[in-house]
Each structure stands twice: as structure tokens, then as C-alpha cells.
Design a protein around this ligand. Structure first.
Ligand code: AMP
Length: 113
């Protein structure tokens, strides 16, 4: 599988690991856009939100709860943070393996697009 994030999950590419469990792997973004910038990825290779099926609803719900735990660990729960999943070209998705950006640690710009 020629997927950079699958390689990170399998420790073929090093990463600054923040969290992992049976379903998820989280690590610091190599090009952080905020003081806290963590990527939460599914261990299973799912290319994008467009590829999610009904059976993935529980998994994606858990992904938000993982983000909540990491936000607490990174001490941004109270100050706040943004969760974003980029999808496709207009969504500026670069890596075709579903990932949730957790951004925080300073006041984010008010603009979403
Ligand atoms: P996206 O534009 O949503 O596909 O975001 C992909 C993110 O992955 C970008 O923020 C990149 O900086 C990040 N990224 C790419 N390669 C790595 C890597 N090897 N380790 C950590 N983050 C990475």
C-alpha cells in the first residue's frame, strides 16, 4: 500500500506519536498551522469522507471522542480548538487517507474558506 499515512501507522515512516488505540493513530503535523496541530487517522485505510459507509458511523463517532481526549491531553479543551476533515481538491485534501486535523493553542482565524 503506497499510502504515507498507512506507512506512519506501520512505523515505516517516523512520526511524533500523540495517541493510539485499536482503531486510531494520532501524531503531530509535520507542518503545523497552530501551536497544537495533531492529525488523527483511522488505522484502516479509508481514502476520504466520500468513501465512508453506514458501517463506519461508529468509527467516526469514536474519532471525535479521540479528538476530545487529545484536546484535554494537549490542554486546549478550555481555550478551544478546531476539528477539520479536508475532502477532495476543493477541500484541499492532500493525503488520501482520512484524517481529522485538531488545531488549537492560539486564536484561529475566523475564516473557514
Ligand atoms: P490535508 O491537506 O488535509 O490532506 O492534510 C495533510 C496534512 O498531512 C498536512 O497538514 C501535512 O503537513 C501533513 N503531513 C504530510 N506528511 C506528513 C508526515 N510525514 N508527518 C506528519 N504530517 C504530515
Amino acid at each position: 500500500m503506497d499510502c504515507i499515512f498507512c506507512k506512519i501507522v506501520h512505523d515505516e515512516i517516523p512520526s511524533d506519536i500523540v495517541y493510539q488505540d485499536d482503531d486510531f493513530f494520532a501524531f503531530r503535523d509535520i507542518n503545523p498551522q497552530a501551536p497544537v496541530h495533531v492529525l488523527i487517522i483511522t488505522k484502516k485505510h479509508i481514502p476520504s469522507v466520500n468513501d465512508l459507509a453506514d458501517k463506519d458511523s461508529g468509527l467516526m463517532g469514536k474519532m471525535i471522542l479521540v479528538a476530545q481526549k487529545i484536546a484535554a491531553k494537549e490542554k486546549v479543551s478550555v481555550s478551544g480548538y478546531r476539528l477539520a476533515i479536508n475532502t477532495g481538491p476543493d477541500g484541499t485534501q492532500i493525503v488520501p487517507h482520512i484524517h481529522l486535523h485538531l488545531l488549537g493553542g492560539h486564536r484561529l482565524i475566523d475564516q473557514l474558506g
